[in-house]
Design a protein around this ligand. Structure first.
Ligand code: HEC
Length: 259
């Protein structure tokens, strides 16, 4: 009996300890602070801007091979012709243009990518689900100048990343600023923010908006049925409310002579 109570107690106690320790463990293992991604997957305008950004800056290296071009047209309420012009710049093996019903693959081979970047270029279909929207949003705003890296760039969220900062013309160049904080008795260098050392074509605020749209699109990519599911959820709730009204009226009708 006593033994059992002990066991019953053990699990909540362990869970409480885990909850209390989690931030400390995360800090100690060098996890960067993530900014909240200001995204809204039902905002079609933002998704369309994000799709254009993805096509212009990412799709040359990264595939999103779970997605078809014509699905984007349908979900984002765009003309297929507009999607074709915006996203499709490739041709098939026989020289015919890639079709609107095809998957978003890239023609770069693994070997080529290994040579160029020292690593394979990951498919971004599920990226936002795997890493989380906040991670993607923070990552794309956390590249900094580092002359010791082959690309001249490093990243505070993804240290020693193989990807160059393809958005530097928009963002400009920045350097990290660190502060020293005490974790108990240990001095730790913590990222305080970034210092702009060269201006880009966008202001800081506009760059954040640009990345938010791009992140929004990547969240849509990783779960295209999400917005459909949400609107379906509301319809189901509405149906239940109306149905309850009918059921209640019917119940009253049936029982009115019983009492
Ligand atoms: C010049 C080629 C190139 C372009 C263009 C490019 N990337 Fe990358 N990207 C890479 C490579 C290579 C890696 C793998 C880095 C590594 O593992 O060190 C990568 C990694 C990433 C990762 C992290 C993947 C992980 O490990 O979880 C994300 C997210 C990402 N890229 C997003 C983007 C976005 C968004 C764009 C467009 C703004 C973009 N990339 C444009 C080459 C590219």
């Amino acid at each position: 009996m006593k033994n059992n109570t002990m066991k019953n107690l053990l699990i909540p106690v362990l869970m409480a300890v885990a909850v209390i320790l989690a931030p400390a463990i995360a800090a100690a293992s060098g996890h960067a602070h993530l900014d909240k991604a200001p995204i809204d997957i039902s905002d079609k305008e933002s998704l369309r801007r994000g799709a254009k950004a993805f096509a212009d800056y990412c799709y040359s290296c990264h595939a999103a091979s779970f997605m078809r071009f014509n699905r984007i047209a349908k979900d984002l309420e765009m003309d297929e012709q507009d999607v074709r012009e915006m996203m499709i710049h490739t041709r098939g093996k026989k020289g015919d243009p890639t079709k609107i019903g095809e998957l978003m693959k890239v023609s770069m081979t693994k070997d080529y990518a290994k040579n160029a970047f020292g690593t394979a270029v990951p498919d971004l279909s599920l990226e936002a689900r795997a890493r989380g929207a906040d991670w993607v949003y923070t990552y794309l705003r956390s590249f900094y100048v580092d002359p010791y890296r082959p690309t001249g760039m490093n990243n505070t969220v993804f240290p020693d990343v193989g990807m160059p900062n393809v958005l530097w013309r928009l963002q400009g160049l920045q350097e990290p600023v660190y502060k020293t904080v005490m974790h108990g008795d240990v001095e730790v260098e913590e990222l305080e923010g970034f210092k702009q050392i060269q201006l880009g074509s966008l202001s800081g605020e506009d760059y954040d908006k640009f990345v938010a749209d791009l992140t929004n699109f990547m969240v849509y990519l990783s779960e295209p049925v999400q917005s459909e599911r949400r609107s379906l959820g509301w319809k189901v709730l509405l149906f239940l409310v109306i149905f309850f009204g009918f059921a209640y009226a019917l119940k009253k009708e049936y029982w009115k002579d019983v009492h």
